[in-house]
Design a binder for this molecule. Structure first.
Ligand code: ATP
Ligand code: ZN
Length: 224
């Protein structure tokens, strides 16, 4: 393993993968991504790209296994909240917000109940993939509700009798509607972002990041 190569973690397959691959290409990083490999070595820069589940990206960067990562703020904030109070490092440097992966984490409940205000959530059970972000919101709003952690199919939880309401990622609202749910407060707005390990000191790697950042700025401006 060559430790001098800059390691970047991106989502292997999912909503962020295509945009991440396009961004790297626009930054001039040539990759051979054809094979279903965990690591892709750049052919023109000292860069290795690790393709993993998005949930693993913040931890890989916080622990210094990867130098950089691209991940949704939703996943980043949840991972940081999970690590706070533990002995694990929860710090990263947020280098840039990116122009993709927009979504919001919002509350929703069965449509047949009609519009509800915050007090309705008192004593209710809320299913979510983001229990820490939800708990912070409930605390902030002084609502006593319990959370049910589900890693998938959150939108069917009320119908399945697993929860009274949900707190889930929404972009268009079509999934909520299809599942007979009414959308309430947004508790977090999210975009993909580029993060860096907070303890990175390798001068070669830092110089390469420094070289890539103006290009990233250029790519973002070209999009506007
Ligand atoms: P993985 O297998 O990597 O764990 P996943 O199923 O958790 O994948 P995706 O559904 O691919 O994740 O979503 C990845 C990220 O895309 C989300 O964490 C979020 O930041 C962003 N995103 C943008 N729009 C949406 C949306 N409508 N629903 C869910 N995520 C969205
Ligand atoms: Zn995930």
């Amino acid at each position: 393993m060559n430790n001098n190569r800059l390691r970047i973690a991106i989502q292997k397959s999912g909503r962020l993968s295509k945009d991440c691959q396009d961004l790297l290409k626009q930054l001039g990083v040539k990759l051979n991504l054809r094979e279903q490999r965990l690591i892709a070595h750049s052919t023109n820069m000292p860069i290795d790209v690790l393709r993993v589940r998005d949930d693993d990206i913040p931890g890989l960067v916080m622990d210094g296994v990867c130098d950089l990562g691209i991940v949704g703020e939703n996943v980043l904030v949840e991972s940081q909240a999970e690590r706070v109070g533990s002995t694990q490092n929860a710090e990263v440097i947020k280098l840039s917000k990116l122009d993709f992966g927009y979504c919001r984490l919002a509350l929703a409940w069965p449509q047949e109940l009609g519009p509800q205000d915050k007090s309705w959530f008192e004593g209710k059970r809320i299913a979510t993939t983001y229990p820490e972000i939800l708990k912070q919101y409930l605390q902030r709003e002084n609502i006593n509700a319990s959370t049910v952690m589900l890693t998938g199919s959150v939108e069917v939880a009320p119908r399945a009798g697993l929860a009274d309401a949900i707190c889930d990622l929404v972009s268009t609202g079509a999934t909520l509607e299809a599942n007979g749910l009414m959308q309430g407060d947004t508790i977090l707005e999210s975009k993909a972002c580029l993060i860096q390990n907070a303890n990175l000191t390798d001068t070669t790697k830092l110089a390469l990041i420094e070289k890539l950042m103006p290009r990233l700025k250029g790519v973002k401006q070209a999009k506007e």
